[in-house]
Ligand binder design. Structure first.
Ligand SMILES: [Fe+2]
Length: 365
């Protein structure tokens, strides 16, 4: 019996029949030739998020972003009119790059024929508009070089059912065993063009049972799922319509996959984080995890944020710990096709979408 309502077709995957339900090839993650095609078909042709407007706050201020998959670095600067513009960093001199802003996020596109950013991001992004991103300017950043294909780490963050198993040690008492015995299910999944989202119940933020959390979390009112108390700012109540799409009272977290490599995780207690996956080779990428909070107004706020940030790091290390072994295992080609379950619909969708971009590009060439 499902824990939460499913689409009439019986499962989330079957709700999107174009996805199919068969085992999936991961050849797209172990082939240098396929990666070369992805660079041209995807990274040189889709909208890439390179940062936020707050990183270039005043006229003349700028930041740069290396994009190995495109073979360039991007310079983003605030011009004399207050607008944000992007240029090739060098060595060819400042040649402009298409640059558009969505909700303060700076995107670039190396394809002059690409559709406008708003059209590309579509309905899932539109449903987030009005969220107070511009007030969450306290930023904690992590960056790691990972020895796996970029899509594998996205896969690891594109479902939540692994959490009670992989992160068992983060849970106190028998919480993890209990969750494992129930079988985790997310509240809702949605696909929209190349993008997708998963919505989950939150469980422990703030926890119903204080015996289930570590003493430091109980004292600080912060932990695994961020500071427990929602900041009192506009835009969080009510939330924009795209958050908590199933309107479940136990909602805790929504995770969005904006193709190709930008993920956003919005937490019920009023903060969010972003993930970026920048490929540098078919079997390597740079991962960036960035946490955004409302600026701390007290030492207590600051410590609550730092506890959330270091706890996030423990989770992320556990999530990426398996990736290099997964890459090695896939490259052995001992197994070529893998079954994916219904909680893995976003994985299926990501690999299928990336494959479609490559096929369309190859057809044009
Ligand atoms: Fe995880």
């Amino acid at each position: 019996m499902p824990h939460f309502p499913k689409p009439a077709e019986g499962s989330w995957t079957e709700h999107y029949p174009e996805l199919g339900t068969g085992p999936m090839s991961y050849e797209d993650s172990i082939s240098p030739e396929h990666y070369e095609l992805e660079r041209k078909a995807i990274f040189e042709r889709t909208w890439l998020n390179v940062g936020r407007v707050e990183q270039a706050p005043t006229v003349g201020s700028q930041f740069t972003k290396e994009i190995a998959a495109v073979g360039t670095s991007v310079k983003v600067l605030r011009d004399a009119d207050g607008g944000i513009r992007a240029f090739h960093g060098s060595p060819s001199g400042p040649v402009p790059i298409r640059c558009e802003i969505w909700e303060g996020f700076v995107f670039v596109n190396f394809d002059d024929a690409a559709e406008p950013l708003g059209e590309y991001l579509g309905g899932l992004a539109a449903g987030l508009e009005g969220y107070p991103f511009d007030r969450m300017t306290e930023v904690y950043r992590y960056r790691a070089e990972v020895g796996s294909n970029w899509k594998l780490y996205m896969d690891a963050f594109a479902e939540f059912y692994h959490a009670p198993v992989l992160h068992a040690k983060q849970y106190v008492g028998d919480e993890s065993r209990k969750l494992s015995s129930y079988g985790f299910e997310a509240l809702h999944y949605q696909l929209d063009g190349p993008h997708g989202m998963v919505s989950s119940w939150g469980g422990m933020a703030p926890p119903k049972d204080l015996s289930m959390v570590k003493p430091i979390e109980r004292v600080l009112r912060s932990g695994n799922f961020g500071p427990w108390d929602r900041p009192d700012i506009p835009g969080l109540d009510p939330l924009p319509p795209g958050l908590n799409p199933s309107r479940h009272k136990a909602w805790g977290i929504d995770s969005f996959v904006f193709f190709p490599n930008f993920m956003m995780v919005v937490w019920a207690p009023g903060w969010y984080l972003t993930y970026h996956y920048w490929p540098t080779a078919y079997n390597r990428h740079i991962f960036e995890g960035t946490l955004y909070f409302v600026p701390a107004r007290s030492a207590g706020d600051r410590i609550r944020q730092e506890l959330a940030a270091v706890t996030f790091k423990e989770f992320a290390l556990q999530d990426c710990n398996t990736l290099e072994a997964t890459q090695t295992m896939l490259e052995s080609r001992a197994v070529s096709y893998f079954p994916l379950n219904d909680q893995e619909i976003l994985l299926r969708h990501l690999h299928r979408t990336a494959g479609q971009y490559v096929t369309a590009y190859s057809g044009r060439e």
